[in-house]
Every structure is written in structure tokens, then in C-alpha cells.
Design a binder for this molecule. Structure first.
Ligand code: BGP
Length: 485
């Protein structure tokens, strides 16, 4: 028999500012790098952007009503830095802060626990222009100030804080694959920016300890467990390399303040390891998160490079445009230092797993494997801060969405989470991605994840009617029964 979910388990849903808010220049908000990037022709799917998104900025009350009716226990959202400090390091914009205060108050009124993400990919454009954003050490203090403004304002209202969302993903897509802002393709710069983000994370956690002593803070890491293609020892070794290069490279720093040795050595050989300054490692070692946020969609399967395998079945079905936007499926563009992992492993398709319309593997057991590995290695409480299915949802003639495929996907993952808890994993919550449909960074509005459908009427782009899907009513029962449904 499986153990029950803990009685105060945080059944939640997640979102991010740029993907839902809209109001991109309302009430004094400054532009972020996403406001700029999404206007570059050809960079986003069909030129979609978040100018209006789902207009949550103006409709948060209606959205929270729906959350309350569903019985949601937690809601993860992010704050747009440039709403609070429009140019990144100047005046604080009270109206921007007030928006988040209203949102938090409204959540609390309905007994929904806010989970606040400080950074979900939208650094103010002004800081990018002034000093290249995350590439300059100046950002450490500016991020710390921004974070501290939020800590001070919300210290008595918000207990759970996420520092950085998927640092592994936004650095790779932004500094290596030119698929996100700042639209750069340079591995050395990617590792350097990543190091500076680690320092910014540590510095902000130091402030958090002083300002919010009773709160809990951690990263939301995009974790995919690495599998070996088979039991050939070279391939098993490749999977070990992959796990270190794709996962431990970040997590070891967050938790232990150390870069993993094997990957470090490999990067040094290729002259792409970050440059350290005096005091950097001391700063990284001075803090530790209170919990790990885990964003789980799928893992990765690898083999060693030297061995030739026949073409993996299934790849031919993938729509190339979509594949090109997925960090986990991308193949290195050029062979040299741009691909430091080249000698360590190569990604292959897992022949045992089905994929979504966008080529993402569907692997519920992977969430149990992920949680087990992370529990063993880092021994911290964990919260699943994202997990969900992107699909083309259609309205039926009478205006419903019968998303049984999403219910099945979520249910399978929840069952595996319960098994992980039974195994001994300390899991405190689950935030499905996402509450309403929202903007998929590179796949526009057609890739839908929500429990609530957003009717995007082409003729009236502000209409945006909210329609709960079948999965909304199903999740309501899951929450009511504390996961037994
Ligand atoms: C994660 C991001 C989310 C969300 C999700 C789905 O990496 O943290 O913001 O976008 O992936 O991704 P996509 O929209 O590409 O399908």
C-alpha cells in the first residue's frame, strides 16, 4: 500500500510573469529582454509575444476566483523585475509592487499559499544595455537590491520563495542557442554568465536569511534524469557524464557551493570554464537552499560517442521547427568548444517512450527516479514546481475542453510521486504547469498547458474568456481527496 500524501501537501499550479500578465508597459513597467526579443522577426513562433498574454495583469481577481473554486492550495507565480524597478537599478515603481501585493493578498484571502519566483527569465532591458546583464558582476548587487525590496515588502506574507527558474535552461537558450534573449551563441560567455548568476543567487540568499528568517528559499531547477541507452559500460559512463554536465553542474553549486570536478576539468581543457575571483567560492559556500524546486518534464537518454548506432526510430516524425526550440533535443551546432559535452555523451531517442506533439518524451517513472536521485544526493525537502502536458486543445461545439490526455498525463505523474513519497522522498508540494493556458516562450499560444482554457478570439484579442477544462474538475477532486482520487 502506498503512503498517503502529507496532510498539508501543497497542491498547486504555476505560471510566470511574461507568459500571463500582459500589461507590458502598464503603470510604469519598463521593458525586459523578452519584450525586446519577442519583437525580433523570426525569433518566436508566428511572431507571438507577451504584450497582452492572457491579460492576467487586469484579470488576476477573476483568475484567483477560479483557483479558489478549484480548491488550489498553492500558486506559483513570478515577479517581473522591470515592473518593480523599471530600469533594473533605479527608482522602485510603487504601482508595480502594489500589483504583486494585491495579488498576494487576494491569494491569501482564499487560503492559497503564494510561491513567489524572483526570476523567470525577464531581466530589465536597461541592465542588458547598460552592462550586458548577467555577464557583468554589477548585476549581483542589482539583483540583490531587487530581491531585497521584495523580501522586505512581502516577508510577512510569503513563506515560499524561488530564486532562479531553470538557470540551466535560460543560460543555454540565451547564451548558446540564440533561442532566447540575449540571443548569443558563445559557450564561454554562457559559463561565465552562469557563474555570475550563481553568485547573484548566493548573495540574495544571504539577504533572505536576514530579512525573512522564517521563510524558505530554493531554486526551481529543470531536472531531467539521464539514462544510459543500454548496459554497455561505455554508455553507462556516458549517462554518468550527462548527469553531471546537465544536472550536478548547477545543483552541486546551489547545495554544496562546489562545481563538480569532472565537468570542471573538461571545461578547463576546452578553455570555457568560468573565471573565478577571490571570494567567489566562499560566497557560494556561505548559503544553502531550504528546499529544491524541481521542474520535471522529461529526462534524457544518452550513449557514448564513439559507438555507432542505427538511426533511432521515431525521430523522423518530429516537426523540425519544434525540435529546434527544445534544449533537451538540440544537437550541438559546431564541433569544437561550442560543444564541450561532445566527448562525454550524445543524446539519443529513448525507444521505450512515447512523445507529445512537440517531441517531448512522456516518462512518469522518470519523476520518481528524479526525486529519488535528488533526495539521495542533496537530502533537502523538495517541491515539484512544474510538470505538465503541452497539447493542442480544442473547444467542443458546446464550448468544453475534454482533455482526458492531460488528466492521464498528470495522474500518471502524481501516482509516481506518491510512490516516491512511499520510497522515502520528502516532497512538500506539486505545482502543475500551468493554471490557465499561457504563452509558450517559443511555441506561441497554440501549445496549451492550463487547467483553464483561454479562448483567443482573433477578432477581439482582449476578450480572452476563461473556460475550465475537464482537467480542472478532475484536479479539484485530486486536491479534495489529497491525491487519493
Ligand atoms: C519550462 C519553463 C516554463 C514553461 C515550460 C513549458 O522550461 O520554466 O516557463 O514554458 O517549460 O515549456 P514550453 O512553453 O516551451 O512548452
Amino acid at each position: 500500500k502506498l503512503d498517503a500524501f502529507p496532510k498539508d501537501f501543497l497542491w498547486g499550479a504555476a505560471s510566470a510573469a511574461y507568459q500571463i500578465e500582459g500589461g507590458w508597459n502598464s503603470d510604469g513597467k519598463g521593458p525586459s529582454i523578452w519584450d525586446t526579443f519577442s519583437k525580433i522577426p523570426g525569433k518566436t513562433f508566428e511572431g507571438t509575444n507577451g504584450d497582452i498574454a492572457v491579460d492576467h495583469y487586469n484579470r488576476y481577481q477573476e483568475d484567483i476566483q477560479l483557483m479558489a473554486k478549484m480548491g488550489l492550495k498553492a500558486y506559483r507565480f513570478s515577479v517581473a523585475w522591470s515592473r518593480v524597478i523599471p530600469d533594473g537599478n533605479g527608482e522602485v515603481n510603487e504601482k508595480g509592487l502594489q500589483f504583486y501585493e494585491n495579488l498576494i493578498d487576494e491569494l491569501k484571502k482564499h487560503e492559497i499559499e503564494p510561491v513567489l519566483t524572483l526570476y523567470h527569465w525577464d531581466i530589465p532591458q536597461a541592465l542588458q544595455d547598460e552592462y550586458n546583464g548577467w555577464e557583468s558582476r554589477k548585476v549581483i548587487e542589482d539583483f540583490n537590491r531587487y530581491a531585497s525590496v521584495l523580501f522586505e515588502r512581502f516577508k510577512d506574507k510569503v513563506k515560499y520563495w524561488v530564486s532562479f527558474n531553470e538557470q540551466n535552461v535560460f543560460t543555454a537558450l540565451g547564451y548558446r542557442w540564440e533561442a532566447h534573449p540575449p540571443n548569443i551563441s558563445d559557450v564561454k560567455r554562457m559559463f561565465q554568465a552562469n557563474h555570475i548568476i550563481n553568485l547573484a543567487n548566493a548573495k540574495a540568499i544571504q539577504s533572505f536569511r536576514e530579512i525573512v528568517p522564517k521563510g524558505m528559499i530554493g531554486p526551481s531547477f529543470g531536472y531531467g534524469p539521464m539514462y544510459s541507452f543500454d548496459c554497455e559500460p561505455n554508455n553507462v559512463l556516458a549517462a554518468l557524464n550527462g548527469e553531471e554536465f546537465q544536472n550536478h553542474w548547477w545543483l552541486d553549486v546551489y547545495v554544496n557551493g562546489k562545481y563538480p570536478k569532472v565537468t570542471w576539468k573538461q571545461l578547463e581543457r576546452l578553455n570555457v570554464a568560468p573565471s573565478l575571483e577571490d571570494g567567489d567560492m566562499t560566497l557560494l559556500q556561505s548559503v544553502k537552499p531550504d528546499f529544491l524546486g524541481v521542474n520535471y518534464y522529461h529526462g534524457g537518454t544518452v550513449r557514448a560517442n564513439e559507438i555507432e548506432f542505427p538511426e533511432q526510430k521515431g525521430n523522423e516524425n518530429l516537426d523540425k521547427d519544434f525540435v529546434a526550440t527544445d534544449p533537451y533535443l538540440m544537437q550541438p551546432k559546431d564541433e569544437q568548444a561550442q560543444s564541450p559535452e561532445k566527448r562525454m555523451f550524445t543524446n539519443v531517442k529513448n525507444p521505450h517512450l512515447e512523445t507529445t506533439n512537440w517531441g517531448w518524451e512522456i516518462d512518469p517513472i522518470g519523476i520518481r527516479i528524479a526525486l529519488r536521485r535528488l533526495q539521495n544526493r542533496y537530502d533537502l525537502p523538495m517541491m515539484v514546481t512544474e510538470n505538465g502536458l503541452g497539447a493542442y486543445d480544442d473547444l467542443t461545439e458546446d464550448g468544453h475542453v475534454e482533455d482526458d490526455y492531460r488528466i492521464e498525463y498528470l495522474k500518471d505523474h502524481i501516482v509516481e510521486m506518491q510512490k516516491a513519497i512511499t520510497d522515502g522522498v520528502d516532497l512538500i508540494g506539486y505545482c502543475a504547469w500551468s493554471f490557465t493556458d499561457l504563452l509558450s516562450w517559443l511555441n506561441g499560444y497554440k501549445k496549451r498547458y492550463g487547467f483553464v482554457y483561454i479562448d483567443r478570439d482573433e477578432k477581439d484579442e482582449k476578450q480572452l474568456e476563461r473556460i475550465p477544462k475537464k482537467s480542472y474538475y478532475w484536479y479539484k477532486e485530486v486536491i479534495e481527496s489529497n491525491g487519493e482520487k
